[in-house]
Write a protein that binds this ligand. Structure first.
Ligand code: GLC
Length: 518
């Protein structure tokens, strides 16, 4: 694999730092906690850790409101803790990816404090100020414009009013933000996941968005209009390329973009001549119905639109989406893992997926997420998928000795310690599947072919130095399939590994097999 960039054969593991491991008993995860769990991650077999924001922040949006791009919030530790973590991540042969939040700062960032202080301030134009609002809406509900009485103008915020949008048309903003990237790159971080990449720049004429004909009153208010003029603007690609150039001043780094767009638009973020993001995150498995037809369609469309030479990627979960085991059930979550780890490209998983963590129900008085607080009860909240990692069956799951900032899930069987003892656990399956990519490089670089559905079973092949067939039963019924002579290298259920198949085989409900053809 040495001729491929490291990130091309990587499994990326997202750590939501507040919830991974607390080391000081304040109920909130921290950098020392991540450090303490590095051996677990090595054992799991992942290659890179992406940590959601750890910068100084008032935490209005739990770190996605940055008050200093080059520091560490005391909740998470110190810069010395970070340096030690980075060194130890590298010493274990892993990589570290940071989150970069370019669209907005915190309203407590010194740049914004200056900007709002007077219309004449040198940083006034670092943010988006207007005399009149237009109809753009915030992703967290309501208008995207907040009136600032001190200077009599409105500023734009695509998220909370505590998250004012930066003005990426201003060259000084670009320079300052690129210097922040260089600060971390010089320290040796291996790349960035760029927050809301497709929102970074807005229409310079501030035209109103057209109404969304599909909008219904029970939908989140940000769906009232089609985001034509405040998202996915053509100018965004120049910024992404400039960002990529900064990252490429250093060797072997990766630029990943968070982008929620349909496949054809998503692909444009690879950039002209592939000078955009190395990996525009592909969230399409998170958004499709869990049927063989839908999944086959998503896979087919994705590779059909993938530009020549672009490297694919797949994501199974993140801190903004319901957990996969809640969305499709525990048994199908195993099938989803088998799907993920047998697709070509870079793969991203979310902490806790490997043990089958589910969404935790959050009582109204426990809600922390501003998205839920702003528009309660319509499924906007992200606390359920952000609850603490379950390390063991003790009261606070080995996460903290204090009071956890979000409740712990009450299924005490779902935890690392218990599953570690059990060969049939989803954790054991994850370790096998991740390991399989190392022992069968065809899964990383082999061609994907023969994608089809037969008797409701999803089939595809990976071809390289060997022929690997994957068959996935996404239904809740037993199915029979025709197979060529082959050996099961991994099954989603225990007892199948090493068996041979030939001709008619039975697949149990939610069973998947990876077959090495003879
Ligand atoms: C991204 C983050 C999300 C955050 C938002 C605003 O979508 O993933 O958690 O709330 O951006 O920064």
């Amino acid at each position: 694999m040495h001729d491929l960039n490291w990130w091309k054969h990587a499994v990326i593991y997202e750590v939501y730092p507040r919830s991974f491991q607390d080391s000081n008993g304040d109920g909130i995860g921290d950098l020392r906690g991540i450090f303490e769990r590095l051996d677990y991650l090595v054992d799991l077999g992942i290659d890179a850790i992406w940590i959601s924001p750890i910068y100084p922040s008032p935490m209005a949006d739990f770190g996605y409101d940055v008050a200093d791009y080059c520091g560490i919030d005391p909740i998470f530790g110190t810069m010395a803790d970070f340096d030690r973590l980075l060194e130890q991540v590298h010493a274990r042969g892993l990589r570290l990816i940071l989150d970069f939040v370019p669209n907005h700062t915190s309203d407590q960032h010194p740049w914004f404090i200056e900007s709002r202080s007077s219309r004449k301030n040198a940083k006034r134009d670092w943010y988006v100020w207007r005399d009149e609002p237009n109809n753009w809406t915030s992703q967290f509900g309501g208008s995207a414009w907040e009136f600032d009485s001190a200077t009599g103008q409105y500023y734009c915020h695509s998220f909370l009013k505590q998250q004012p949008d930066l003005n990426w048309r201003n060259p000084d903003v670009k320079a300052a933000m690129f210097d922040a990237l260089r600060f971390w790159l010089c320290k040796g971080v291996d790349g960035f996941r760029v927050d809301v990449m497709w929102l970074m720049i807005k229409d310079d004429q501030f035209r109103d968005n057209p109404p969304n004909p599909a909008y219904r009153p029970n939908m989140p208010s940000n769906q009232r209009f089609l985001s034509i003029y405040n998202a996915d603007r053509p100018e965004v690609h120049d910024i992404v390329t400039e960002m990529r150039n900064v990252v490429d001043e250093f060797t072997e780094r990766v630029l990943i973009g968070e982008i929620y767009l349909p496949v054809p638009q998503l692909m444009t973020y690879y950039g002209k001549d592939l000078r955009g993001a190395n990996l525009p995150f592909n969230f399409h498995l998170l958004q499709c119905a869990w049927t063989a037809e839908q999944v086959a369609q998503v896979i087919g469309d994705y590779y059909r639109f993938l530009p020549e030479g672009a490297w694919p990627n797949w994501v199974l979960g993140n801190h903004d989406q319901p957990r996969i085991a809640s969305r499709i059930g525990q048994q199908q979550a195993r099938v989803a893992a088998m799907l993920l780890f047998t697709l070509p490209g870079t793969l991203t998983m979310y902490y806790g997926e490997e043990i089958g963590m589910t969404n935790v129900q959050i009582a109204p008085e426990q809600v922390k997420d501003p998205a839920e607080k702003n528009e309660p009860g319509i499924g906007q909240g992200r606390d359920p998928e952000r609850t603490p990692m379950c390390w063991d069956a003790t009261q606070f799951a080995g996460f903290t000795t204090g009071t956890p900032w979000l409740p712990i899930g009450d299924d005490h069987g779902i935890n690392v310690a218990t599953e570690h003892q059990d060969d049939g656990s989803i954790l054991a399956l994850y370790r096998k599947l991740i390991g399989l990519r190392k022992s069968h490089p065809t899964l990383i670089r082999g061609k994907l072919s023969d994608l089809h559905i037969e008797n409701n079973i999803l089939h595809y092949r990976r071809s390289g130095s060997e022929e690997i067939q994957i068959i996935l039963n996404m239904t809740h019924e037993e199915k029979t399939v025709q197979t060529l002579p082959a050996t099961v290298i991994v099954g989603t259920r225990t007892g199948r590994d090493g068996q041979t198949v030939n001709g008619l085989s039975t697949l149990q409900p939610a069973e998947g097999l990876v077959l090495l053809l003879s």
